[in-house]
Design a protein around this ligand. Structure first.
Ligand SMILES: Cc1cc2nc3c(=O)[nH]c(=O)nc-3n(C[C@H](O)[C@H](O)[C@H](O)COP(=O)(O)O)c2cc1C
Length: 492
């Protein structure tokens, strides 16, 4: 936790954060296997973006190759590229990711198993003829070292947040094409890891995304041949953080525990609406793919008042029920909101749930409070409002164990990703943020633990446009913006 002494100081790994001599590769690459190109033309959705983001249904669609390519690109594709001073390249992707490290990989399971390569916008064949599901299922995995390289042990949580942000895009795009997705966090870890050919330690399974209704028929791990294709190592020296390895293995599920675990979720998940009223301005020609491609994390906010729908609609639509096995009633989380400057809203601290806003605290200087809570980052206070997605951990852990913690972190990432899309859809901007854990609970006078923060407000400048698959737009002035941002930070 930020701002607290570590709980297990003797078990922390001594390492050099951001070691430039051991930088992880940003993309997983297999050698000696030919990538099968996906169609590069994106399929346009037919529903106004704000309708889809409010939970309204599109006409049922069919998940063919072109739509699969569209969904993969909108969730995990490379959209922008910046040149660094030393001539290197930094990729930006359609979903946000802490430190732009993108630890999440995506595999496509149908009759065969493929890995999605975002730079090539293609599929790398890993297994033929497995027939483990009748419809397409995606497997999301995380490479801990890619994010622990910067964040150390805290990187374990980043896997779930970043996967959640990716899933927010994926679910929004899938909904807009009438191919609704169901996210599963209850699955047998070892069997899923074996299916996609990962070791379950340096790359771990995070979530499944099912299109269609059939269960995966997963063979036991030892019934599968190892995947023959070899991937390049993620770094010269892949560090293993003992607490990260433990957190992952101790929250794994055996095949016979999955059904009971999903059933138990009924007791802790809370009701949330599947749909909300769209905002008053309807933006009839905007589409969710345009919203996703306009998104880029706001690097500087103007201290200006945001129109009411940016909060009223944006947050309500982000807090809608998630299609997640761990939240059958709707949601596992609540939202603590620090309102700074929004039309028709009193500045202060609120709890937001399906029941609406509940005032929790007032401050003489809410902007200063927002900045302080977000690790003294000005973005946290310059925003029109900052949300701390949170959960009451005791009941969650009691009923769903450590696996419930995974689920809540993932849902926080989904809420953050949705909030960012909603902000962009109504002309505002947003960024994910980290925060001082205990300070947030204290400020809002709550037992609930913050999981992830999202700041929403009036951006100083709009993000650069995004490119199409295989054609990322080159960013200019990247170094200048990063230097300006770093000047206001304390090293996050
Ligand atoms: C979980 C999470 C935490 C983040 N934390 C911060 C943060 O503390 N400060 C910050 O300036 N940006 C933060 N970001 C934004 C990332 O830096 C940003 O997503 C990344 O640089 C990629 O840029 P893009 O979102 O424009 O694609 C966070 C993003 C996520 C998903």
């Amino acid at each position: 936790m930020h701002g607290e002494p570590p709980a297990h100081p003797d078990r922390l790994l001594a390492f050099r954060p951001l070691d430039p001599t051991n930088r992880p590769a940003p993309l997983k690459t297999y050698t000696g296997v030919e990538t099968l190109p996906l169609p590069r033309e994106l399929r346009r959705s037919s529903l106004p973006a704000v309708d889809g983001l409010s939970g309204r249904n599109a006409e049922p669609g069919r998940l063919d190759d072109r739509l699969l390519g569209t969904l993969l690109f909108l969730a995990a594709g490379i959209t922008r590229v910046a040149r660094t001073a030393d001539g290197g390249r930094v990729w930006f992707r359609s979903a946000m990711s802490a430190g732009n490290l993108h630890p999440v990989e995506v595999y496509v399971v149908h009759e065969d198993v493929h890995h999605y390569h975002p730079l090539d916008h293609g599929l790398v064949p890993l297994r033929r003829g497995v027939h483990v599901c009748d419809d397409v299922t995606l497997v999301l995995t995380g490479i801990p070292f890619r994010t622990c390289w910067k964040y150390g042990e805290r990187g374990w949580r980043h896997l779930w947040w970043d996967a959640g942000a990716l899933l927010a895009n994926l679910v929004a795009a899938a909904d807009a094409h009438g191919v609704p997705a169901q996210i599963l966090v209850g699955f047998p870890d070892a069997a899923v890891a074996a299916l996609v050919g990962i070791d379950g330690v340096d790359e771990v399974p995070l979530a499944l995304v099912r299109f269609g209704s059939g269960e995966l028929r997963l063979p036991p791990p030892d019934a599968l041949e190892p995947v023959a294709a070899r991937a390049d190592p993620v770094a010269g020296r892949v560090l293993r953080f003992p607490l990260v390895v433990d957190a992952q293995t101790e929250t794994a599920l055996d095949p016979d525990a999955v059904a009971g675990w999903r059933q138990a979720a009924l007791a802790v998940s809370m009701p949330a609406p599947a749909t909300v009223e769209p905002p008053p301005d309807t933006y009839p020609n905007d589409r969710v793919e345009n919203v996703i491609l306009r998104r880029g994390s706001t690097r500087l906010f103007r201290r200006e008042r945001a129109p009411s729908p940016v909060l009223e609609w944006g947050l309500a639509a982000a807090a809608r029920a998630v299609p997640l096995d761990a939240a059958p009633a709707g949601t596992l989380i609540e939202h603590l909101v620090s309102v700074h400057d929004v039309a028709d809203a009193e500045p202060g601290g609120y709890r937001y749930t399906a029941a609406g806003f509940e005032g929790l605290t007032r401050s003489d200087d809410p902007r200063a409070a927002g900045t302080r809570l977000c690790l003294d980052q000005p973005l946290g206070g310059d925003s029109a409002y900052t949300v701390f997605h949170a959960a009451a951990l005791d009941p969650l852990l009691e009923t769903l164990g450590g696996r419930g913690y995974r689920a809540a972190q993932l849902e926080a990432g989904i809420a953050a990703g949705r909030l960012a899309l909603n902000a962009v859809a109504v002309g505002a901007g947003a960024t994910g943020l980290t925060f001082y854990d205990r300070l947030v609970s204290r400020y809002f006078h709550t037992e609930a633990a913050p999981l992830l923060a999202t700041a929403v407000g009036v951006p100083l400048t709009s993000p650069a446009p995004s490119g199409a698959p295989g054609q990322p737009v080159e960013l200019s002035g990247y170094g200048r913006v990063m230097a300006r941002l770093a000047a206001g930070l304390d090293g996050t």
